[in-house]
Ligand binder design. Structure first.
Ligand code: ZN
Ligand code: FE
Ligand code: FE
Length: 296
């Protein structure tokens, strides 16, 4: 079965109920959310009544709860010693929040080394993750996201991701989230996705993949930029993204859209999910619906 959804919002008041309603409005059967704002670490207690309400709403609407994922805020950076204690503390709490919400996967950007070099950065991430997981015995897995290699980002090659996995003691608590835009921008050729998966399997192992971020890219392969584009409007193209989405080896893995809002205002997810289900790109749909030249 296809598990397809997008990034949705989560707010202080309605919490998961808000996320579920948004996912339903897109015709999704899974979703990803931040437990607060993506760009900060202000978090509120989880409201159990709201969570229960959300769970029954999910059941009624065919949303697979075990496929739902949380994304950790961008500003957590375990690669940098200066922010590490805060990051460790926050992630420990985030694991608790995931558990309270019944979510078993959390996507994490490995971090940026900001000057100390990639190998020191990776060592810092390993130390940080070991601290986060030291006394953790719950069901939540941390999924390390493959990065585009923008600035001093660590995790821009499969080898770097594997080095981090290798260094963490509780490997069973870790997985990987592949992001198609990031992989393209990092230099990987996704036009032959079978070949890519073979490479991935040799270096990391396909069974580690716990989430796929499906995004087209505004930039050429290897640009190290990380600018997401709407499906079919970028350099990857709709058909090669479809091959990722429908790859038989990834059938059980949730696919999450993080494509940009049209005019920064209108979510594209309902239409994108529809095209994915129909396996057919409606060329020019953004221009037709919003009357603009491009999605920017
Ligand atoms: Zn991400
Ligand atoms: Fe992503
Ligand atoms: Fe990104």
């Amino acid at each position: 079965m296809l598990y397809i959804g997008s990034h949705v919002s989560f707010d202080k008041k309605d919490q998961l109920v808000k996320s579920v309603k948004e996912a339903i409005s897109y015709g999704a059967n899974t979703f990803m959310f931040y437990t607060g704002a993506p760009q900060n670490t202000v978090r509120y207690p989880i409201d159990e009544a709201k969570t229960l309400e959300a769970v029954s709403l999910m059941k009624e609407n065919g949303i697979s709860f075990d496929k739902v994922v949380v994304h950790a805020p961008y500003i957590i950076n375990l690669a940098n010693r200066q922010n590490m204690d805060f990051g460790v503390r926050f992630l420990k709490e985030e694991l608790e929040r995931c558990e309270a919400l019944g979510v078993t996967s959390i996507v994490l950007h490995p971090g940026s080394h900001v000057g100390v070099g990639a190998s020191q950065g990776m060592q810092n991430i390993i130390d940080g993750l070991n601290q986060v997981l030291e006394n953790y015995h719950g069901p939540v897995k941390i999924l390390l996201e493959t990065m585009a290699g923008k600035g001093s980002e660590v995790g821009r090659t499969l080898e770097e991701v594997q080095t981090i996995l290798d260094g963490v003691k509780k490997k069973e608590q870790l997985g990987v989230c592949i992001d198609t835009c990031h992989l393209n921008d990092a230099g990987y050729d996704l036009s032959d996705f079978d070949a890519f998966l073979k490479t991935f399997d040799k270096i990391i192992g396909i069974s580690r993949i716990g989430c796929v971020h499906v995004n087209d890219s505004k930039n050429e392969r290897g640009a190290h930029k990380d600018r997401h584009e709407n499906l079919g409007y970028g350099t990857l193209g709709f058909d090669s993204l479809l091959k990722v989405i429908y790859h038989p080896l990834l059938e059980e893995v949730p696919k999450i859209l993080e494509t940009p809002y049209i005019y920064r205002e209108f979510p594209p997810y309902k239409e994108e999910i529809e095209m994915i289900r129909k396996k057919k790109f409606h060329k020019g749909w953004i221009e037709e619906k919003y009357g603009c030249e491009t999605s920017k």
